[in-house]
Design a protein around this ligand. Structure first.
Ligand code: GLU
Length: 452
């Protein structure tokens, strides 16, 4: 960093955040990544001086933590912990998913809510940032257990959300089925049929393309990144991680655009398929997800061309483009080194914060086209925003209309990242671009609304 004064300011800022949020490594990681790129920008703007804008953004407006008691099929009672983080409402109602996963804790949800503020701002739609969830493990639970858990969760959460206040959606462990149960319970308690959740089924206010949107958006973003070096998706090889909703949308769109997907993965290891993951194999990803077993190995049992690598991550495979689409911190420095050594052209994040800070720095130092999830995976929440609009005007748009708007939004985000992220030597630092572009809109709204 050229300015020693700024360097000191960044360190002091991070020290304050760390002191106020002890034992929250994921949250600190997310704030650090933003602080390093945004504080130097703030220092160049007189109107931002002394307003503590980033410091205010790093403190949730409200955090709700609650007990979720529920009964399993055998009549045994279980207790989980539920959360809703209402991070920032400067530009719209809180908006962000619900995650049901055993790894859920305050740090993880605060990092996700913090990221969501910047991501939602990048979409240009009027959505603030929030996130919620529970340390509940859906794996191996019956349909009725899932229903009872969702009902117990919503019994408390319904007091804190609403279409003009906070609009949750899905995330890991929460798909169309869970959103249905959550919506049903909200409607029963509040006696209101409103667009309080997104990712709803088509029969009760959902939007076409919402299930595909995150993955499609990632590939549209990747297409734009490749375009800057005169390349296209067609004919390229892709390493994808994960096999859930986001990975599925990514794989589907890559195939449509003529790319070849070599890998997908699960917590148990990854699948390498030299013939490419296309056709019936893409549909099989849906049944893997529905089965709830969380095993990538099942894919290799089904398709003989697929080889299963137990306990490994797919980043050791030579590919043109890497798309981490599983979860946070799944791509480490050693993985980044392997990818770069194997000649990767582009890394487009599809999960939230899948790369560690060290991995990101390595990509940036090596001038790899690299985009952070908060920019490249924003198509999911953007399409949630389009679902909210359709609910408000009580109309449904066609797939073509939603898809065209999604694509336009992703092209807009890519442009915003370039505008703020272009460095003197011509390299586009998408991390810096996304953070600053996301920050500016929220900052302007906060400045206008005073110290609240
Ligand atoms: N969970 C998704 C995300 O990380 C979608 C959130 C939403 O649609 O509100 O952006």
């Amino acid at each position: 960093m050229e300015n020693p004064n700024i360097e000191q300011k960044i360190q002091d800022f991070i020290a304050r955040i760390e002191a106020r949020n002890p034992n929250e490594p994921e949250f600190l990681q997310a704030v650090k990544e933003v602080a390093i790129t945004v504080l130097p920008f703030i220092a160049t703007r007189k109107e931002y001086a002394g307003k503590k804008l980033l410091e205010r953004m790093a403190e949730a407006e409200r955090i709700i933590i609650f007990r979720v008691p529920w009964m399993d099929d055998k009549g045994e009672i279980h207790v989980n912990r539920g959360y809703r983080i209402q991070m920032n409402s400067a530009i719209g109602p809180y908006k962000g998913g619900i995650r049901f996963h055993p790894t859920v804790n305050l740090s993880v949800l605060k990092f996700l809510a913090f990221e969501q503020v910047f991501k939602n701002s990048l979409t240009t739609l009027p959505m603030g940032g929030g996130k919620g969830g529970a340390n509940f493990d859906p794996q191996g639970k019956s349909d009725m257990e899932i229903m009872r858990f969702c009902q117990a969760f919503m019994t408390e959460m319904c007091k804190h959300i609403g279409p003009e206040t906070d609009v949750p959606a899905g995330d890991i462990g929460v798909g169309a089925r869970e959103i249905g149960y959550l919506f049903g319970q909200y409607k029963k308690i509040r006696n209101e049929f409103t667009g309080v959740l997104t990712g709803k089924g088509l029969a009760y206010g959902g939007s076409l393309i919402r299930p595909e949107a995150t993955g499609y958006g990632v590939v549209y973003f990747c297409e734009q990144m490749l375009k800057t070096i005169g390349e296209t998706i067609e004919g390229k090889t892709f390493s994808v991680s994960g096999f859930g909703n986001v990975a599925w949308g990514v794989v589907k769109k890559i195939n449509e655009l003529g790319g070849k997907v070599l890998t997908i993965s699960g917590p148990d290891g990854y699948i390498y398929d030299e013939e490419g993951i296309s056709g019936a194999k893409v549909d099989f990803m849906l049944s893997m997800r529905a089965s709830g077993t969380n095993r990538a190995q099942d894919f290799a049992t089904e398709f003989p061309s697929a080889v299963f690598h137990a306990g490994k991550r797919p980043w050791e495979v030579k590919c043109d483009v890497a798309i981490p689409a599983a979860t946070q911190n799944e791509l480490l420095l050693e993985d980044a080194e392997l990818l770069v050594a194997n000649g990767v052209l582009c890394v487009t994040e599809a999960a939230n914060m899948p790369s560690t800070l060290e991995a990101i720095n390595y990509f940036v130092e090596n001038k790899i086209l690299f985009s952070p999830g908060k920019a490249s995976n924003a198509g999911g929440v953007a399409t949630s925003g389009l679902e909210m609009t359709q609910n408000s005007i009580r109309l449904n748009w066609t797939s073509e209309e939603v898809d065209a708007r999604l694509k336009e939004i992703m092209i807009g985000i890519h442009k915003a990242c370039r505008d703020y992220g272009k460095e003197d030597n011509g390299y586009v630092n998408y991390v810096k671009g996304a953070n600053i572009a996301g920050f500016v809109k929220v900052a302007e709204a906060m400045l206008a609304q005073g110290v609240v």
